[in-house]
Structures are given as structure tokens and as C-alpha cells.
Design a protein around this ligand. Structure first.
Ligand code: AMP
Length: 356
């Protein structure tokens, strides 16, 4: 609990909100400013212009690489600012979960759960305990008996994922990818073979407030993935001739609303995931999280991942979502919701309940 120790030395009247200049930083910083916080953005050289132009940062710290945020002199600057770090996907991708665990700054959220990100085994345990259905996983490719998606870990993102319907097809594609140098034996070892779920994507974002002890449903997005989202524009006949493999590289997001009859289930999922989180890593979830799902034509919700922090899909709701509007009226983004929680925690002297 490094963060809650450090925050004892902070001047809580003068807290600032800090985040890495990437991912969802614009809405995080804008939301913090709207609540009257000072804001600090930590940028990789060459990307500071974005935060200058949109006038969301009171201070811009420029680094050669994001990982330099771990350097003592940078941490010192952030402590002088009484900075609370807001984690997001780029903190995880560029600083890494092991470093986040030991980052000597108060982090908004539960850093132990944040470090689950990317660990498909821990995520699966958590989500299934919460009663969520997940796609079947095949430990041994020889057992493939239906259409599967083969996923590679880490920075490869959705690039290079491939589909196969049998062991022979799997083996043929793997050999080809290895021969072309597209993957390594190591990538293969850490890959996951998952049943391909037919349906549509919905990414449910929630906010758990320890202050109100309530799970708020925030909104839904779907990703815009290249090339899979446009593969249907090529007639099947031509696809056969070109040997196209789908890729799932995210380039943006769309806002969505769910048919209202799905809402009871969506709310229940959020509640269950929070409840289990308290058992697996006390005090459990704090703030934003997102459950990535596929909805089938039987209206089953199949989850394949959880993100324990703000997701970039909430960027479509900088002015608020259809659901945050119901709770708070206009203009409450996820970034602003985070700032609201921090402000209230400071006012009620409960800051240690929301940082770790
Ligand atoms: P992931 O890297 O697990 O977030 O997956 C990237 C994308 O691949 C998702 O947004 C989906 O479009 C697709 N995908 C992942 N898992 C499955 C699955 N089990 N069935 C069908 N599509 C999937």
C-alpha cells in the first residue's frame, strides 16, 4: 500500500491530478480541471503539443520515454505537486504492471487488481467466480473442434490473431507465421486459443464508488477494429483469392446504448464483479472498470476480458454518456467522475479509501 503511505505526507488542499499523456488523458485532465484541481501531464517527447493545444494541463513534464516516470527525480517532482496518478491503458502498456505495483505515488484505484491486466488466468478466475460466462479455452491445439481465435499476448494487440477450425488448419497457419517471422516460439507459448464467439461486441464501463458504496453503470462502446470491421465489404469470392486474415487492431471507438431489457443483467454483472473483487484483493475495485463482452443472438453475454481502470472507449463520452446523464445530468465524463470521487474523498477525509 505504498500510495496510502505517501499520501500522508501530502497537502490535501493542494492535490493535483497527474496522468501519462496518452490514452484517455484529455478527458481525465479536463475533468480534473472542471473540479478545480491542478493538472499535470507526463508526456513522451513529441506528444506534449496535444495537451498544450487543448489547454488541459497546468504543468507538462516531458520525458524521453514513459518508463522514465519511475526515475526518482520525476517522482520527486510529482510528489511536490501532491500528485495522484490516474492509471490508464498506456500506463499499463508502457510502464508495466510490475512497475505500477511499486510506483512510489498514490494511484487512484487498487494497484493489485490493476496488475491483473493481461493475466488471462487471473481474469478468468475472477470473472467466472462473478458468474460470467467466458469463451471456452483450448489448452491443447489438438483439441480444437470448432472455430477458434488464436490470440497473442502483449504489444501485438489484435494484430496477427488468426482463426482456425481444426488442429491441421491451426498447425498450417502457425508454421506459416513462424516461417515468415511474424511470431516467435515464445509468442506461441503465451498465446491463447479461444472458442470464437459469434455475436457483437459491447464494452461495458462501470464506476465503483467506495464513498457511496455503489456501482454506477457508466456507458457502452464498441471498438473500431481494422481490418475485421471492413472485411465484409469484400465479397467472399474475392476474399478467397486474396488470402486475407482478419486482424483486430483498435483504431477508435463508437458509442452504443443497449436495448433496455439488457440493463438488469448489465447492472448485476457490475455488482457481482465488484463483490468478488473485494474477496480476491481487498479493498477490491475502486473507480472505473470495463468488462469486454460479446452478445450472442440468444442475448447471452459472454465476457472475454476485464480492464481495471478507465478504458479509451469512454473517450466517446467526453460530454457524458446516456447513462451518466441519467445519474448526474450533462457533462460528466469518466475523467470528471474520477475527479468528483477524489474531491469528495478529500472533503470527507477518506482519501485513503480511494488510493493505493
Ligand atoms: P482482445 O485482444 O482479447 O481484446 O480481442 C480483440 C478483438 O478480437 C475483440 O474486440 C473482438 O473483436 C475479437 N475477439 C476476441 N476474442 C474473441 C472471441 N472469443 N470470439 C470472437 N471474437 C473475439
Amino acid at each position: 500500500m505504498i500510495g496510502s503511505e505517501i499520501i500522508e505526507e501530502y497537502d490535501l488542499e493542494n492535490i493535483s491530478i497527474a496522468t501519462l499523456g496518452s490514452h484517455s488523458a484529455l478527458q481525465i485532465l479536463k475533468g480534473a480541471k472542471e473540479l478545480g484541481f491542478r493538472t499535470v501531464v507526463i508526456c513522451k517527447k513529441g506528444r506534449e503539443e496535444v495537451y498544450r493545444r487543448f489547454r488541459v494541463a497546468d504543468r507538462i513534464i516531458v520525458l524521453d520515454e514513459f518508463i522514465d516516470v519511475m526515475k526518482p527525480e520525476i517522482l520527486e517532482k510529482l510528489k511536490e505537486e501532491n500528485a495522484i496518478m490516474i492509471p490508464h491503458g498506456s500506463l499499463i502498456a508502457y510502464v508495466g504492471v510490475e512497475n505500477i505495483k511499486k510506483l512510489e505515488l498514490p494511484i487512484f484505484g487498487n494497484r493489485i487488481l490493476i496488475s491483473y491486466e493481461g493475466d488471462r488466468k487471473l481474469e478468468r478466475e475472477w470473472l467466472t467466480k462473478a458468474g460470467l460466462r467466458m469463451p471456452k479455452e483450448f489448452k491443447d491445439p489438438k483439441e480444437i473442434d470448432r472455430l477458434v481465435i488464436v490470440k497473442f499476448a502483449g504489444a501485438k494487440g489484435g494484430r496477427g490473431y488468426f482463426l482456425a477450425s481444426s488442429y491441421d488448419e491451426y498447425k498450417k497457419k502457425v508454421d506459416e507465421l513462424l516461417a515468415r517471422g511474424k511470431i516467435t516460439e515464445e509468442d506461441l507459448k503465451t498465446s491463447t486459443i479461444q472458442e470464437y464467439v459469434f455475436g457483437v461486441n459491447m464494452y461495458f464501463s462501470y464506476f465503483y464508488s467506495p464513498i457511496n458504496d455503489e456501482v454506477e453503470f457508466f456507458g457502452i462502446d464498441r471498438r473500431y477494429e481494422t481490418n475485421v470491421d471492413n472485411i465484409g465489404r469484400i465479397p467472399a469470392r474475392d476474399q478467397l483469392n486474396t488470402n486475407i486474415e482478419p486482424s483486430y487492431v483498435v483504431v477508435g471507438n463508437f458509442p452504443l446504448v443497449a436495448r433496455e431489457s439488457l440493463l438488469p443483467k448489465i447492472l448485476e454483472i457490475g455488482d457481482n464483479v465488484v463483490e468478488i473483487s473485494k474477496k480476491i484483493a481487498y479493498p477490491g475495485l475502486i473507480g472505473p472498470f470495463c468488462i469486454e463482452t460479446m452478445i450472442t443472438d440468444r442475448l447471452e453475454i459472454i465476457a472475454f476480458e476485464i480492464s481495471v481502470r478507465i478504458v479509451a472507449g469512454t473517450n466517446v463520452f467526453t460530454q457524458g454518456s446516456p447513462y451518466s446523464y441519467l445519474l448526474y445530468g450533462d457533462n460528466v465524463s469518466m475523467g470528471k467522475r474520477i475527479a468528483m470521487e477524489i474531491k469528495r474523498a478529500v472533503e470527507e477525509n477518506r482519501i485513503k479509501d480511494i488510493v493505493t
